[in-house]
Design a protein around this ligand. Structure first.
Ligand code: ASC
Length: 150
């Protein structure tokens, strides 16, 4: 009984120590996951963008609701760019893995910019959102230009 417990604990510990990409059962799942996370991010970022650019009226409650989603979802795609996920139904460029430090910088920059958008959207002030929106959109575009094929 004791040995069985020890083995179970060891197996659990090993699971925790595994890199996050190992959470995906197969490479296709990782590809689907990151695409869906980025799609959801685009939807909520777009709704804030419409308010920031005056295409829809500013609504503080709506802005804060979108921000809550972005706060989490902007952190999700990156663990899904593990090894072996460069082939398949994806527009991810080989540069993601060949220039991984540059890709990580771009992903980090996006998350920093997104954190500014989240804080601004939660402030309830339209001007706060307007001040940071373009910077965040630029960090999305930077990554698409360099790491996503057209
Ligand atoms: C968006 C969105 C993106 C970025 C990008 C900025 O609203 O979904 O991917 O802005 O288009 O150039």
């Amino acid at each position: 009984m004791k040995i069985r417990h020890t083995l179970l604990l060891a197996a659990f510990g090993a699971t925790l120590a595994m890199p996050s990409q190992a959470q995906f059962a197969k490479p296709e799942d990782a590809i689907k996951y990151r695409k869906n996370a980025l799609f959801v991010m685009g939807q909520h970022f777009g709704r804030l963008g419409a308010m920031a650019q005056g295409r829809t009226p500013y609504d503080a409650k709506l802005a804060a609701e979108n921000a809550v989603v972005l706060e989490t979802v902007s952190k999700l795609p990156w663990a899904a760019f593990g090894e072996g996920t460069d082939n398949g139904d994806t527009r991810a460029k080989p540069e993601i893995w060949k220039e991984s430090a540059k890709f990580k910088d771009a992903a980090d920059k996006m998350q920093t910019e997104m954190a500014k958008v989240v804080a601004a959207a939660k402030s309830g002030k339209a001007d706060d959102l307007k001040a940071v929106f373009a910077g965040a959109a630029g960090s999305c575009k930077n990554c698409h230009d360099n790491f996503r094929s057209q």
